[in-house]
Design a protein around this ligand. Structure first.
Ligand SMILES: [Fe+2]
Ligand SMILES: [Fe+2]
Length: 475
């Protein structure tokens, strides 16, 4: 088991002290990161004492230590999962060959692009969420937001380490640019669309951490299979932290739903307007936010037919999530049946080479994973005896990438014309009025143990502490 070195300026388990040049380069990047954090990280809370976990081991059994820290003093570090002896590449044309400890020259630019694309999402989400603290529904939630934020900052470190350690000068330049792009910026935006959407309310934050962080989980799982071993090891450890981000989304939405159900019982009505008047979020609005973030996150997997995906798979750069669950890891002759629009309002099945459909394979695994939480939320609704069901919309709904981009499709998958779409999209997506209502609920609650009107308390606190614990001490 490798131990983490906390004596150095940059905590790490990669023997950074033995590589002076790399250490100097990263110590040079560190103040730029901190400046970025202070400018673009959580607004208004840099001096607060926050109860946070910090990675102190890569052992799954006990990898985190909890304690109170001011965010700018957080020990962001570089941690890779332990190296597997004699690891072999598990898929593609290079299956069975020893995993690479250095970047193969012929895959240099593709690997750099994969790492930069992943790396860019990490600071992007911190930027998207930077004002949320000002409207937190409780100290418990405020702390969870900050936990997610500091860990996304660490994920940036993880990718920047790879760029510095393995990609020379262009890697260092990419690392600089990761601190220069800005979420939602007109001239210099973040790379992927979803990461330029503002997250200005907590319902969006919970949807984002449920749906978009889950996209992150599947991307990391695919990269954890990579033949480039340092990338695989980095991603495996990042997945440990990522689980909490999705927990925040899963339980956050559940608590919004639970509060709606309580209010419906109190007022004896399921009328959305009455629920709103009582200060909770009506379930149809929850559904519209779900539709928005789920469809937006689906696009992150890329086109359903992709020669890039085929090449990165064939070359052993990016596998499928949980590659070991498949019988065939080469997929050279296999075919995937893909439903595409037929141009006449229907669909037809196209036979696509399996390697070209890898994005779709990953997307399907993602959708199945998304269903789990939706089922849990619906169980709350059923238990309350309310006749309502939250549903994932069809994967054809509101797509901007892939075969269904540009088609007008209802959440249940029916194709409609442009005019019907325009007239009815307010039923399916958050309207201006919905957003205004949600924003009207966003009032900061920072008294220990108190919750905003629109959300139920969590079942338990963090790390066995009480829900009422003062998770953030404001200065
Ligand atoms: Fe992340
Ligand atoms: Fe995350």
């Amino acid at each position: 088991m490798s131990t983490l070195n906390y004596q150095e300026r940059i905590p790490n388990n990669v023997n950074l002290g033995e590589n002076r040049q790399l250490q100097r380069a990263l110590e040079h990047w560190q103040p730029a990161f901190l400046e970025w954090w202070k400018a673009m990280g959580p607004e208004g809370f840099q001096a607060a004492d926050v109860y946070l976990r910090t990675a102190t081991s890569v052992d799954a059994a006990g990898w985190a230590t909890y304690g109170t820290v001011k965010m700018p003093d957080y020990r962001w570090g570089i941690f890779l999962a332990d190296q597997e002896a004699d690891r072999r590449i598990g898929f593609g044309d290079v299956m069975g060959q020893p995993a690479w400890q250095q970047v193969p020259a012929e895959h240099r630019s593709t690997l750099r692009r994969l790492i930069v694309t992943q790396g860019d999402t990490e600071p992007a989400s911190v930027e998207q969420q930077r004002l949320l603290g000002l409207t937190c529904p409780s100290l418990y939630d405020l702390r969870n937001l900050f936990q997610v934020n500091v860990e996304e900052g660490r994920h940036l470190w993880a990718m920047v380490y790879l760029l510095h350690a393995y990609f020379g000068r262009d890697g260092r330049e990419e690392a600089e640019e990761l601190l220069q792009r800005r979420s939602g910026h007109a001239d210099n935006p973040r790379i992927l669309g979803t990461f330029n959407e503002p997250i200005s309310d907590w319902l969006s934050f919970f949807m984002f951490t449920y749906f978009t962080d889950r996209d992150g989980k599947f991307q990391l799982k695919s990269l954890a299979e990579s033949g480039f071993d340092p990338l695989a090891r980095t991603c495996r450890f990042m997945l440990t932290e990522e689980a909490h981000h999705m927990f925040v989304g899963d339980t956050g939405v559940a608590r919004v739903v639970r509060r709606a159900l309580e209010v419906m019982k109190e007022i004896g009505s399921d009328d959305p307007e009455a629920v709103r008047r009582a200060g909770a979020v009506d379930l149809p609005t929850v559904q519209r936010y779900l539709n928005f973030w789920f469809s937006s996150s689906l696009d992150l997997f890329g086109s359903d037919q992709s020669s890039n995906a085929a090449t990165t798979f064939a070359n052993g750069l990016k596998g499928r999530p949980d590659e070991s669950r498949f019988a065939d890891h080469v997929c050279s002759g296999q075919v995937f049946e893909l439903e595409v629009p037929d141009g006449q309002g229907g669909s037809r099945v196209e036979q696509v080479a399996m390697r070209n459909a890898m994005n779709e394979v990953t997307r399907q695994a993602y959708v199945a994973d998304c269903e789990i939480g939706v089922k849990r939320w619906n169980r709350l609704v059923q238990k309350a005896g309310v006749d309502f069901e939250l549903k994932l919309p069809s994967i054809r709904f509101r797509r901007n990438i892939g075969s269904w981009a540009g088609s007008h499709v209802t959440p249940d998958g029916k194709q409609i014309d442009a005019e019907t779409w325009t007239n009815r999209q307010g039923e399916w997506l958050p309207s201006e009025a919905d957003r205004a209502f949600i924003h009207s609920l966003m009032k900061q609650v920072v008294e220990p143990g108190k919750m905003a009107s629109w959300i139920a308390p969590p079942d338990r606190g963090i790390n066995n502490l009480d829900v009422n614990y003062e998770y953030v001490h404001l200065q």
